[in-house]
Ligand binder design. Structure first.
Ligand SMILES: Cc1cc2nc3c(=O)[nH]c(=O)nc-3n(C[C@H](O)[C@H](O)[C@H](O)COP(=O)(O)O)c2cc1C
Length: 164
């Protein structure tokens, strides 16, 4: 199985989740290309495309929210995953697409993965799955057990693609 994983991360937490997912996929025999959103290529025939982002203001990062993150010490390179989705490579149609995000959680936290799914559907792409992982505050860290949960989630993906 070949996987393209595109991640945007301001404080490193979503990147950590992406790393755990990639490690579990590789342990299961997958070839994984993990790239930052600002260097993301178009899909090139991969079986699975995974897109990850932090939740900002209940949805996807945008230029204003990235500036807010930078004011708190983050590195927020452009473009991010929202811009990548809006550019919508045609080759995305052929892949199974899975989205994930990090959230602080709680009442009205919103979710970047939910907004990514909506945006993909607007572009005619239906996501196969989406998931959120909890951080304990704006800069992190991830809540206990989330990296392990990310690894277990990745294992279900190996099974799903294998079964297709
Ligand atoms: C500008 C800004 C707005 C945010 N808004 C939300 C929000 O609406 N809901 C939420 O759950 N987390 C929110 N957060 C916290 C992010 O979820 C958290 O910073 C992110 O998950 C950390 O991931 P990263 O290290 O990959 O950037 C916000 C963070 C920033 C910087």
């Amino acid at each position: 199985m070949n996987v393209l994983m595109i991640v945007e991360s301001c404080f490193g937490n979503t990147a950590e989740v992406a790393g755990a997912i990639a490690a579990a996929l590789r342990a299961g025999g997958a070839q994984v290309r993990l790239v930052q959103a600002d260097a993301a290529p178009a899909p090139a025939g991969e079986d699975l495309v995974m897109i990850g982002a932090p939740t900002h203001n209940m949805g996807l990062p945008n230029p204003a929210s990235r500036s807010q993150a930078e004011a708190k010490g983050a590195r927020a390179p452009l473009p991010g995953v929202g811009e990548w989705i809006d550019a919508r490579p045609r080759s995305l149609d052929a892949a199974r697409v899975v989205v994930f995000s990090t959230v602080t959680g709680g009442f009205m936290s919103g979710s970047a993965s939910k907004q990514m799914a909506k945006r993909l559907r607007r572009h005619g792409v239906q996501e196969a799955e989406r998931e959120d992982f909890r951080v304990l505050g704006t800069t992190g860290p991830l809540a206990d057990g989330e990296l392990e949960r990310a690894g277990r989630w990745a294992e279900t993906m190996l099974a799903a693609v294998g079964a297709d």
